[in-house]
Each structure stands twice: as C-alpha cells, then as structure tokens.
Design a binder for this molecule. Structure first.
Ligand code: PCA
Length: 209
C-alpha cells in the first residue's frame, strides 16, 4: 500500500498552513502498514510548470502511489472536512500566490461538471470523530486551488493519466491556534488534527478491491 499525502504552502497573507505542518509531521512519523510519501504544493492555479497541478503530477510520477490524499486549509472551518465532491469551476475570492485570480473558469475545459471523491469519506469521517476530533462530510471544497487539484486528480485518474492511482480525495483542515491568535475564529491544535487525520488514514490501509 502506497499513500501520497500532500499539503499546501501558506497563502492569503498567513505564515502557516495547517496542511503543510501536518504533512511534515506525518513525513517524520510515518503511517504504520503503508509506504507514505509526501509533497507540499504551491498555492498557484492553472496548469503551468509552477502550478499546484504540475507539482501534484510530478509527485505522482515520482512516487507511483495507489492512494492520493490531499490536505488543505479552510480557515473558517470548525471541523475536519472530508470532501465528497470536486467541481469543474475556478471562481476565486482571493488571488493565488502568483497574484492571479480566476472568475468563472473551468478547471478542465470540456470536463464533466463534477467528480465524487474515490476515498471512503464516511468511514474516514467516522474514524476521525471516533477519536473525539470534530469532523464532517462536506459537499463543497470551494472553487479555489484546493478544489482545483481535487478535480484535476479525479479527472486525470478517470481518463487513465495515472496508472497506479486507484483512489484519491481531499480533506480540508481548520486553522491552527497560532493563526486564530492573529485573525480570530476557531481552531484545532496540530496534535488533535494529527489524531483525527491519522485515524482516518488508517481506514485506507485495507486491502484494495
Ligand atoms: N486552502 C486553499 C488553497 C490552499 C489551501 O490550503 C483552498 O481551500 O482552496
């Protein structure tokens, strides 16, 4: 079993992103029962060589994972959100880290309107909640870079671009206490995020059908 776990760089003026902190912690700790590889993606939209999509594709090429789990930050989230649906839309509230902001554009021109996550989202949510960490099933990953790579991953997998990838999906994380201290709002500590995400990833270490 090979799992690729990705996070994002900070964006939107913050100097932290809980997803990259979590990925670094998992890279150090590992995940019992599988080969865990990791990557940190830039918050850059589109399909240019420095984009999140291009970096994710390079990581998949390099690591040949069976399962891809992408993590990102949803700063106003109160729960860990197991995303169920990726939509073919880029409609961005803020500029990305390259200073570009998209309105009403598709992720993939001519692609289907949406894809469902191919991760066992309900079982993962239940496992997270079972550890006492707030978790929910979410119907929208938004229309910024997180949704974009989620959609691109599922689209590319479905058209056979990634020969090893059998399933993939996205998890949004609330902000860290360090971030809430600066901008207000609710937060979950890195330790609790680790506890919840670790238990949900264990749901993936089962024989593939
Ligand atoms: N969150 C943003 C992009 C990067 C991240 O961590 C999003 O929700 O699209």
């Amino acid at each position: 079993m090979q799992i690729l776990l990705t996070g994002f760089e900070p964006f939107g003026g913050s100097s932290f992103n809980p997803s990259s902190a979590l990925v670094a912690a998992f890279a150090a700790e590992g995940l019992l029962g599988c080969v865990l590889t990791t990557a940190i993606l830039p918050v850059i939209g589109g399909d240019g060589p420095t984009s999140a999509r291009a970096e994710l594709r390079r990581a998949i090429e390099a690591h040949q994972p069976h399962t891809v789990v992408c993590l990102g930050e949803a700063s106003k989230a109160t729960h860990i959100a197991f995303e169920r649906v990726a939509v073919n839309l880029r409609d961005e509230r803020i500029a990305d880290n390259a200073g570009r902001q998209c309105r009403d554009e598709p992720v993939v021109a001519g692609g289907p309107a949406a894809y469902f996550s191919t991760l066992p989202t309900r079982a993962m949510r239940d496992a997270c909640e079972g550890e006492g960490v707030p978790a929910l099933l979410s119907m929208s990953a938004g229309s910024f870079t997180c949704n974009e790579i989620f959609y691109d991953l599922l689209h590319a997998s479905s058209i056979g671009d990634f020969s090893t990838v059998r399933r993939g999906g996205f998890i949004h994380l609330p902000q860290l206490p360090e971030q809430a201290a600066v901008r207000g709002g609710t937060s979950i500590s890195l330790e609790h995020l680790m506890l919840g995400v670790r238990s949900s990833l264990r749901e993936l270490i089962l024989p593939l059908g």
